[in-house]
Design a protein around this ligand. Structure first.
Ligand code: NAI
Ligand code: K
Length: 351
């Protein structure tokens, strides 16, 4: 395992196995300083247990940062189930998995991720109380794409004020990569704001739906990362910011929903050197976590919407703070997170 992960200092890692259903899962709890570790369950055909562990540990740490940056009383955790969901997933396996979560007594709370759906969470919820993100008919808050898109939108507006010195995105051209559950809502919010939108998505139906809804306000490009746009919004896959794409970026602002946007950690500094403002991914895309966290505390939709709006305030604090201190935005966001964790430990009387 990499030194980086060893240094991350996870609190607890639980290996789960149920031979009757073929379940092999790893629950990684990174940090519970701020609250219970919340993070989704990824169901993926990892090639080895080691690969699954590495992915789970990395994702769990990411959740600690996402929750702390959003100012939530939540820690970071994530679970991975090893196997092809299309072949291995069964109600019995999900129920067996739920029993393992239940045993942790609420220290870990699960949600959906790649390979799991709200319907799966309903089944997991038959054997554990510690699950959020279920369907609306079973008391959950439903799909989180709109909350995530709204948070990205507020972050983008706040950062745009810093970049161009004027409020709003009217007249700016925004390149949205990925027109899925998040990207499609983001496109609508941008069009309503008066921005021009270019979308890239290999899926014809996803783009066609947007063209029908918004007409000439949305055009399609094969790729937006190096297109002539003011803002680049990665909302598909991670790792699209590489030394090569950053060298070719024409946008002055990067703000999107995709997780782990930096292909390598040095890209953060390359963006700063080129004078491009990057809203760190885990800051911009916290809206979904805010929504499912709201389920835990029985928040009203208005309270959740208000906290999603504050994603913009956090983004502003980070881009302004980075500029003032002459660091990258990634470093400024990490500083904010470490300060919040240290403050919480101090209040608990912990070293
Ligand atoms: P999704 O699966 O609904 O949509 C992704 C879209 O990207 C699909 O339409 C797909 O065709 C398209 N796509 C795939 N490869 C592409 C490429 N190379 N170029 C352009 N488009 C491509 O996923 P969703 O839920 O919209 O999430 C988007 C991203 O945001 C993911 O990285 C996800 O991890 C992240 N995210 C999502 C949250 C949520 O609440 N849904 C919360 C936080 C992060
Ligand atoms: K997620």
């Amino acid at each position: 395992r990499s030194d980086e992960l060893a240094e991350a200092g996870h609190e607890q890692v639980v290996f789960c196995r149920d031979d009757a259903t073929g379940l092999r899962a790893i629950i990684s709890i990174h940090d519970t300083t701020l609250g219970p570790a919340l993070g989704g369950t990824r169901f993926h055909p990892y090639r080895s247990e080691d690969e699954a562990l590495t992915d789970g540990l990395r994702l769990a740490q990411g959740m600690t940062f996402k929750a702390a940056a959003a100012g939530m009383a939540l820690g970071g955790g994530k679970a991975v189930i090893i196997g092809d969901p299309a072949e291995l997933k069964s109600p019995d396996l999900l129920r067996a998995y739920g029993r393992f979560i239940e045993r942790l007594g609420g220290l870990y709370v699960t949600a959906a991720d790649v390979g799991t759906t709200s319907a799966d969470l309903d089944v997991i919820g038959e054997t554990t109380r510690h699950v959020v993100g279920r369907g609306e008919h079973t008391g959950g808050s439903g799909d989180s794409g709109l909350s995530t898109a709204t948070g990205v939108f507020h972050a983008m507006r706040a950062a745009a004020r810093h970049v161009w010195g004027v409020d709003g995105l009217r007249g700016r051209t925004v390149g949205v990569e990925g027109a899925g559950k998040v990207g499609s809502h983001l496109v609508r919010l941008l069009v309503e704001e008066g921005a021009r939108v270019a979308v890239a998505d290999p899926c014809d139906t996803a783009v066609e739906r947007l063209r029908v809804a918004h007409g000439a306000d949305v055009r399609r490009l094969a790729s937006v990362v190096n297109a002539a746009v003011d803002v680049y919004a990665p909302c598909a896959l991670g790792a699209t910011l590489t030394p090569a794409t950053v060298a070719g970026l024409r946008a002055r602002l990067v703000c999107g929903a995709a997780n782990n946007q930096l292909a390598t950690s040095d890209v953060d500094d390359l963006l700063t050197e080129r004078g491009i403002t990057w809203v760190p991914d885990y800051v911009a895309n916290a809206g979904g976590l805010i929504q499912v966290g709201g389920e835990l505390w029985h928040r009203t939709p208005e309270e959740v919407a208000d906290q999603v709006r504050r994603v913009g305030d956090t983004a502003e604090q980070i881009v302004v703070g980075a500029a003032a201190e002459g660091t990258s935005t990634g470093a400024a966001a990490d500083r904010l997170v470490r300060a919040r964790l240290a403050e919480a430990r101090r209040q608990d009387g912990r070293p």
